[in-house]
Design a protein. Sequence first.
Length: 232
Amino acid sequence: MQDNIWTDFARSYDQMIPELNCYQQMLRKILRDTEGRRTVIDAGCGTGLVSQALIDRGHEVVGFDNNAAMLRLAHDKKAAAPGEARERWTVMDGHVERFPSAVPREADAVVLNNVLFYVRDAKSALREVFSHLRPGGVVIATGPKRRPDLQKVLRHSIEEWQTEGRYTEALQAAVAHHTTCARKLTTDPGEMVTFFQVDELVATLRRLGYSRPLVADGDDYYGENYYVCMQK
């Protein structure tokens, strides 16, 4: 387990991130591209937001993360789920550069949602994904194409919330805390270390043995993020 900037993020993460329209757009793509794929690994699962959505859609999910504060919230979500859903949901400590030994080797999909930018050796993580996918399985990777424009994302999001009448005091407080954390994350060169342009990530995955991209775009988070779904 690690105590890092994500420990502080955990205080506001679940209050803000699910409210972002740009996050919900990306989540819909993940749910679309995992449809019909029974076993999903949520590598770097954080607070379990994506895992929970996958569980609600009937998947079997194994999520792991290396930050105790974030992972505690994922455990809480699992504990609050109905009994049948809890049986399909595994939450554990682990690193994306070397998956825990209990993670299945024949998964139908692996999700790396906003994870690779925090990984110094992204190729090691992508090799780990490859070794845990069945033939025909997919990796879904999302993340910033460059050091993100935090103000751009916040400006668009706040405008949308105000138009929709849901920029409440609670959400404003979450945004204020999250912004403080995100400002450090996006300006400290030691925090965000790996970025990919869409074509660059597809080429990297090809070199590691993945076969073909099913989806590859750079539309998410108002053009700040890539989204790649690539088949083994």
